[in-house]
Structures are given as structure tokens and as C-alpha cells.
Design a protein around this ligand. Structure first.
Ligand SMILES: NC(=O)c1ccc[n+]([C@@H]2O[C@H](COP(=O)([O-])OP(=O)(O)OC[C@H]3O[C@@H](n4cnc5c(N)ncnc54)[C@H](OP(=O)(O)O)[C@@H]3O)[C@@H](O)[C@H]2O)c1
Length: 253
């Protein structure tokens, strides 16, 4: 797997403290970027930043709830002040928020859309002007295979991720000619979120069985595929596929 070179670049990743976000933050650090990680849990953010700084990398934690516009704008301004203009924005923060349509709490259900769709839209609105002015930048939205799956109990997750993939397609079309590209990546990685889905009675056991029966080798392969696709995106190798819903398990050749 070739490592992209992002020396001198600034990357921001929401939900960068653990799981997929941490994995992508590691890739950005290894590529030489200065990295800002954003999430709500300060203790975990600080611990992750400390880990990722081993070896001398620049990794700065910023506490913000991505659905809080004022806090998000303050974080974006702070990144700009501390690290410089943003070259790569990864909208990764996410929640599963499971529950059947018949009885799930509506506000809990809608929160998935607030995080996956509305917050992504807001962060794009607030970061894009500086990218467009510099005629360079990459927005990477973390979607899910669930966007095209049927998961009973997962309507908030699947529908909001489908919305995010559609949003990314349109955003990339609107950005045509600006020098800025938007990508939608569907990763696969065992994480707190996938463990939560595995344990949830809201999802029928038949839909959970496949993941729970995975071997360590299969999980390692999913991790490698996720890293490989992310690296190709940040390296510019998939610029012709900007806007598409890109799956780590079936990447473009
Ligand atoms: N793991 C997979 O196989 C998989 C597959 C497809 C898609 N994805 C997507 O990948 C992304 C990360 O998932 P994951 O599996 O790594 O889950 P995870 O381990 O639960 O991590 C979620 C991250 O998002 C942050 N977050 C959640 N709500 C937030 C908010 N309102 N504001 C700021 N940060 C928030 C969390 O930090 P705080 O709680 O501290 O805020 C955490 O860092 C999600 O968008 C998910 O849908 C994952």
C-alpha cells in the first residue's frame, strides 16, 4: 500500500478520537499532515491526540459537538488559527441510533440525520469558502454500506447515510471547476458502533449473525481495505471517482 504525501497540509477529522475516525487520523498523520481531531469527549480526544503525536506529529484536539453550529465554527476558526487553512475535511462523526419505526423516539431517530446530514452540510458550508478561495481541497464524507442495505431497526442510520451519499454526489457536482472535490467513503472496521449494533435487540439476530461470525483475519482484511481506499482518496488516485459512493470492500479498480 503506497503512503500518500500530505506534508505541509492541514486535515480536520470529526469523530477522530476512536474507531474509523482514529484510523483515518492515523493515516493522515503518517502521510505528514498536521491533524485536528474533533469530538465531544475531551478525555478520549486528549488521550488519542497524545498517542498520535508519538514520533513528533502535530495532532491537536478540539472539543465540539458537530451539531452545535457555534461550537463547530469556533473549532474551525481555532484550527485555522493554530494549524492554518484546511486542506482536508473528513466528516466522520456518527451514531447508530437504532430502533423500530413503530416505537422509536422521533427525536432520537432524527439525531442521526442531524449528525450525518445536517452537521456535514454545515461543516462543508463553513470550510468550503477557504478551500474554494485557495482552489484546492478535499471533503471526505464517511457514509456506510448501510446506505444501500436493508437493516430492520436501522432506518435512521440507513436513511441518513443514503442522504449523505446523495448529498456528496450533488456537492461534488456543484464544486465542479473550483479545484475542490467531495468524496463519500463507506468503511468497514470493528468499533464501538459495530459492537453496539451487534448487541442491540432492535436489530433481528439474523441481520447481526454475519458480523458476529467474522474471524480476526476477515476483520484485518476489512481494516486493510478501509485504509487502502482512504489512502487512495487522499493521494488523489480516485479523483475521477469523486462524488461516488465508494465502498472499501468493492473499491474502484
Ligand atoms: N465501523 C464501521 O464498520 C463503519 C461502517 C460504515 C460506516 N461507518 C461510519 O464511520 C463513522 C465512525 O464510526 P465508528 O464505527 O468509528 O463509530 P464510533 O467508534 O462510535 O465513533 C464515533 C465517533 O463519532 C463521534 N461523535 C458522535 N457524535 C458526535 C457529535 N455529535 N459531535 C462530535 N463527534 C461525535 C464520537 O465521539 P464523541 O462521542 O466523543 O463525540 C466518536 O469519536 C460513522 O459515521 C459511521 O457511521 C462505520
Amino acid at each position: 500500500m503506497e503512503r500518500p504525501d500530505l506534508s505541509g497540509q492541514v486535515a480536520v477529522i470529526t469523530g477522530g478520537a476512536k474507531g474509523v475516525g482514529r484510523l483515518f487520523a492515523e493515516q493522515l498523520v503518517q502521510a505528514g499532515a498536521a491533524v485536528a481531531i474533533v469530538a465531544r469527549n475531551r478525555a478520549l480526544l486528549d488521550a488519542t491526540a497524545e498517542d498520535l503525536r508519538q514520533g513528533g506529529a502535530t495532532v491537536v484536539p478540539f472539543v465540539a459537538d458537530v451539531t452545535d453550529r457555534a461550537a463547530s465554527r469556533a473549532a474551525i476558526a481555532a484550527v485555522h488559527d493554530v494549524l492554518g487553512p484546511i486542506d482536508v475535511l473528513v466528516n466522520n462523526a456518527g451514531v447508530a441510533n437504532l430502533g423500530r419505526v413503530i416505537d422509536v423516539d422521533l427525536d432520537f431517530w432524527w439525531q442521526a440525520f442531524e449528525i450525518h446530514v445536517k452537521a456535514t452540510m454545515a461543516w462543508c458550508q463553513d470550510v468550503l469558502p477557504q478551500m474554494i478561495e485557495r482552489r484546492s481541497g478535499r471533503i471526505i464524507n464517511v457514509t456506510s454500506t448501510a446506505a444501500v442495505w436493508t437493516i430492520p431497526g436501522g432506518s435512521a442510520y440507513t436513511a441518513s447515510k443514503a442522504g449523505l451519499s446523495a448529498f456528496t454526489r450533488v456537492l461534488n457536482a456543484e464544486l465542479h471547476g473550483t479545484g475542490v472535490l467531495a468524496f463519500a467513503i463507506a468503511p468497514r472496521l470493528r468499533s464501538d458502533m459495530t459492537d453496539h449494533i451487534q448487541a442491540s435487540p432492535a436489530v433481528p439476530s439474523g441481520f447481526r449473525a454475519a458480523a458476529s461470525q467474522q474471524t480476526d483475519e476477515q476483520r484485518d482484511a476489512q481494516r486493510r481495505n478501509t485504509v487502502a481506499l482512504f489512502r487512495r482518496i487522499v493521494a488523489g488516485a480516485l479523483d475521477d471517482h469523486a462524488g461516488e459512493h465508494l465502498e472499501s470492500e468493492s473499491p474502484p479498480s
